[in-house]
Design a protein around this ligand. Structure first.
Ligand code: GCV
Length: 829
């Protein structure tokens, strides 16, 4: 019989980081004394762990840390008899169900705890109270420890525990699109926590902390490099580096995986081929996989992006995706490894003039005939929608097309098409729509969440103290983990948990943040791409700012097909691309006719005239105008509501979110005006309420008295008000005008451009008096003067008199031209 393992009581150093967002939802801040007293009465002060597994030891240490932080109590090791058997004193006892049966049979443990599942149970033996944390395996024990700590942090009762939790799917992974040089593809929270200058970072502390975050939400695997994979990952030099990362994450129950390049047998292995059916290639994969497992015995497996967006794949040798997946899968199988083969395969050089071409069809067309041809350790990793993480898409039809093949859903936590962590967008409600999307296979209810056996999230955290570059974006990682564990949790429950864990129990704070987060997806959709138009962003560039036509007339296939007569993509089976025929008949029927098709996706599925009436009774064009105004107004309201939290939230996080929301409010106006002006010009149909194209109080920079500044057209034209900006090519330039409105207090908005290749300075004078100055030093994804660099500065409560001269001075720097778009003057708020 194995003895109870006694572990020194280790108290983690209290966080040195304060309230920077670094501690995420794992702050363990002290509860108020009354609550702490109640929990101290309910939770024994001794702790014992039955097993010696490193993950169980982590669970014990985490409990000690959390209890100390929240209750101010230092837990001690439970006393044992000379045979190291537990003595009858109150204790929290941790172990796997198997260890409980063997080492502490006095406790009856619920049967049927599967891998990663846990059971929290209060019990008494001869009057002695215990809290049991039993796991189906060591990871389950760790998840149970986090589960108990979450309950305490949320104020839930722990006096009568009988809580058995089993994850919905066994595989819950994150992918990190990190490059070896430390950059991250579509990462917005700073450089990689894993890689630097071609090697794993010397300092693994952020990796360790990330492992803790992942474990706390039940994530059990992490692929640590970009799916646009660098073949060097498999080199003998890099394998020990991967092992270092795996060693760091192991204690958190997180398996390491890597993305591989399918051409590696040739580019790295020196073969003259990477044909998956060539025996030398088969041998190469086997030998490289054996090498990896020698260094990392619990290695998780591979992610493979092939034949997509310029990556090589089996098509080079006229082989199938099954051939490609299987050659790698067979090498992994003896070690228990898996391969995620990405369903994101499409041709980005499609002929846009062929009305039958449709990128949305690609995943299904590439994979459904291969159903049943994959090894059983191959999982097809399918993006939630058929295009690419757009603001709204239907669920990919491929989910319903693979009866005999394992499937994973891929969700994107990093906000590539969702404002890149500069905009507040809580993605859980959108993910839930896909997970609940009923594929109605053979006329039976078949929600996507019942089809997939794995959930994968593209996370892309970075070295920024708050991990994502935006405090509020952390809610997406938290929500991803909670949803991967249990797809039935409501968005409200998830975001309430996150808010209270992250910002504390103040009900005003909780309500404000929860309301904001829950409405944020719809809000973002309203001012970017409503009705299934998709995110109307710069598809061929940074995927950030607005550029309505960037998606058209190129091979990438993110087309919305707007012209002077109508808008939307006919994907019907009857007259369109046939995409809808890829769904079951019941789903197809739901979208195939305009009568049935829900407004939210009407332009994804149909091409209609602008005057087409939606189910809401509005015309399409009026809906586009209205939703953009509504979206921009809602963000302005968020900023106001956040102001109401001043003093209720620690200063730094309050200020950071305030600045972010004010920026977002400005950007929402840039989007609103660009999209509305574009559709107005294209359709020639006026806004029935007269807002579009009319901006009372707006003075274009190009119409001011310019000294040094030169008017320049902006591309695309809708990215700037009046299609133009003024740019400064001298050491210093000014733009001035005389105010001719009513006297009184006013807010003055300066819309300027903050490019990424310089730090310009601006000063504003009113009647010869300097009223504001700032530098344009934000980290925006644009070197150009366009919608991505468009920024706003609001000077509040200025006393203005008729005739006052308002003068802006711009001092350019580097490639940045201190460009100005307009000034807007409104009554003070
Ligand atoms: C890693 C989109 C992104 C790419 C990404 C790709 C993918 O196209 O813009 O950056 O590449 O998806 O998921 O493979």
């Amino acid at each position: 019989m194995r003895p109870v393992v006694l572990v020194a009581v280790l108290l983690s150093a209290t966080s040195l980081h304060g309230e920077t967002g670094h501690d995420t939802w794992l702050r363990y801040t002290a509860l108020d004394e009354a609550s702490a007293r109640q929990y101290r009465a309910a939770i024994p002060s001794s702790i014992a762990v039955l097993g010696g597994d490193v993950v169980e030891q982590t669970a014990q240490q985490e409990l000690i840390r959390g209890i100390h932080g929240m209750l101010g109590r230092t837990m001690g090791a439970a006393p044992t008899s000379p045979g190291l058997r537990l003595l009858p004193v109150p204790a929290v006892v941790l172990g796997t169900s198997d260890e409980f049966r063997r080492l502490a049979p006095q406790f009856t443990i619920a049967a049927g705890l599967t891998a990663d599942a846990y059971w929290l149970k209060t019990t008494r033996i001869n009057g002695t109270p215990y809290i049991l944390i039993a796991g189906g395996d060591p990871r389950g024990v760790l998840y149970g420890a986090f589960g108990l700590l979450r309950k305490i942090a949320l104020g839930d009762s722990v006096t009568e525990l009988d809580d058995k939790q089993t994850p919905a799917v066994p595989i819950r992974w994150v992918n990190e699109w990190n490059n070896l040089n430390g950059t991250i593809e579509r990462g917005y929270g700073g450089p990689s926590i894993f890689w630097e200058n071609g090697r794993a970072r010397e300092d693994m502390s952020r990796v360790r902390e990330y492992g803790r975050m992942l474990a706390s939400i039940g994530i059990n695997g992490c692929s640590i490099n970009n799916v646009n994979a660098d073949p060097r990952l498999l080199s003998s030099d890099l394998i020990p580096q991967i092992a270092r990362i795996a060693d760091t994450l192991r204690r958190w129950g997180v398996k390491v995986a890597i993305a591989v390049d399918f051409g590696s047998p040739k580019t790295l292995g020196g073969l003259d081929t990477f044909d998956p059916l060539d025996s030398r290639v088969i041998g190469w994969w086997k030998s490289i996989v054996d090498d990896i497992y020698r260094a990392v015995p619990d290695f998780g497996g591979f992610v493979l992006k092939a034949d997509s967006e310029g990556r090589v794949g089996p098509s080079t040798y006229h082989r199938t995706h099954a051939d490609a997946a299987n050659v790698v899968a067979r090498a992994l199988k003896p070690h228990g490894g898996i391969i995620f083969y990405r369903g994101f395969v499409y041709d980005h050089n499609m002929d846009w003039e062929n009305p039958k071409n449709d990128r949305a069809r690609a995943a299904y067309d590439n994979f459904h005939d291969l159903d049943g041809k994959f090894e059983d350790n191959v999982i097809i990793q399918i993006k939630n929608g058929p295009i690419d993480f757009q603001v709204r898409e239907p669920a990919s039809p491929l989910f319903g097309a693979l009866d005999k093949t394992r499937e994973a859903i891929e969700l994107q936590i990093t906000q590539e098409y969702f404002g890149q962590a500069r905009h507040l967008v809580f993605l859980v409600p959108m993910w839930k729509e896909t997970l609940d999307f009923d594929m109605q296979i053979r006329d039976r209810s078949t929600p996507v969440k019942k089809i997939v056996g794995a959930v994968v999230g593209v996370s892309n955290v970075g070295m920024d103290e708050n991990w994502y570059g935006n405090q509020m974006s952390q809610a997406n990682l938290y929500g991803f983990g909670r949803l991967a564990w249990n797809g039935d949790l409501s968005s409200t429950r998830i975001v309430e948990e996150w808010t209270r864990l992250t910002f504390g129990a103040d009900p005003v704070v909780t309500k404000t943040i929860v309301d904001m987060q829950l409405s944020s997806w719809r809000t973002f959709e309203n001012y970017t791409g409503p009705l299934g138009l998709q995110t109307l962003t710069d598809i061929v560039g940074n995927h950030y700012g607005v550029a309505v036509e960037a998606s058209e007339r190129n091979g990438w296939g993110q087309w919305h097909k707007a012209d002077s007569k109508g808008v939307g993509f006919d994907r019907t089976a009857a007259t369109g691309t046939g995409f809808l025929g890829q769904y079951s008949p019941a789903v197809m029927k739901h979208y195939e006719t305009l009568e049935n098709c829900p407004d939210d996706l009407v332009l994804f599925m149909h091409h209609v005239p602008y005057t087409h009436k939606l189910h809401s009774g509005k015309t399409v064009i009026q809906y586009i105008y209205d939703s953009h105004y509504e979206g921009a107004e809602t963000v302005a309201r968020y900023a106001k509501e956040w102001k109401g939290l001043n003093g209720r939230i620690d200063e730094r996080r309050y200020q950071e979110v305030m600045a972010q929301l004010e920026y977002q409010a400005g950007q929402a106006i840039v989007w609103r005006d660009a999209v509305n002006n574009w559709f107005f010009k294209e359709s020639g149909i006026a806004d029935s309420t007269g807002r579009v194209g009319h901006h009372p109080g707006r003075i274009e920079a190009e119409s001011m008295r310019l000294s040094g500044y030169t008017p320049k057209p902006v591309t695309p034209w809708e990215a700037a008000s009046g299609a133009a900006a003024v740019e400064c090519a001298e050491a210093k330039c000014t733009a001035a005008f005389n105010y001719d409105g009513d006297a009184g207090r006013h807010d003055l908005v300066v819309q300027y451009f903050d490019q990424s290749d310089g730090v310009s300075r601006f000063r504003v004078w009113v009647g010869g008096q300097l009223v504001d100055e700032w530098t344009a030093a934000d980290r925006l994804p644009a070197r150009k003067v366009d919608s991505s660099s468009s920024s706003r500065r609001t000077i509040r409560g200025l006393a203005l008199r008729k005739g006052d001269e308002i003068r802006i001075e711009g001092i350019p720097d580097g490639g940045e031209t201190a460009a100005l778009d307009y000034i807007e003057i409104a009554n003070a708020q």
